[in-house]
Design a protein around this ligand. Structure first.
Ligand SMILES: [Cu+2]
Length: 139
């Protein structure tokens, strides 16, 4: 009688102690490490997987002003979106020299965006003002 009562107490003690031991073995630090500085990089690693290895979704802005593309040349990674905004009072276009993309008329204050998924050099011009030229280089 005495023995089995002790044994039961011992078993209960062990059972009570188990969660504490488990807690000691894997401290709950995991949750504390993550958030603060990883917020901005959060979405980057998850996105690709199937398509090409380098796929950094970024966007690059080009202003159209004073009959110029500013900056005239941009270099970016595959998958980048280039956004042209017409800050002139006259219409312009963003037209690839090889016709692979064409904005059509972009009026004052309007934008055109194009996603570059292939590496290469993309010279373009304004169909209304052929002397206006620019270049997108995709790594
Ligand atoms: Cu133009």
């Amino acid at each position: 009688m005495k023995f089995s009562a002790k044994l039961i107490l011992l078993i209960i003690a062990v059972l009570l102690a188990l969660p504490v031991m488990a807690g000691a073995m894997c401290p709950g630090d995991d949750e504390e490490e993550a958030p603060p500085d990883e917020v901005m990089t959060d979405t980057v690693p998850e996105a690709p997987a199937d398509p090409p290895p380098i796929f950094t979704p970024v966007s690059v802005e080009v202003s159209i002003s004073g009959l110029n593309y500013v900056p005239e040349e941009v270099t970016t990674d595959r998958g980048a979106t280039v956004i042209w905004t017409n800050n002139d009072s006259v219409d312009h276009t963003v037209t690839a020299d090889d016709a692979s993309f064409d904005s059509g008329t972009i009026s004052q204050g309007e934008s055109f965006k194009y996603i570059f998924n292939q590496s290469g050099s993309y010279p373009y011009h304004c169909a209304i003002h052929p002397e206006m030229t620019g270049m997108v280089t995709v790594r």
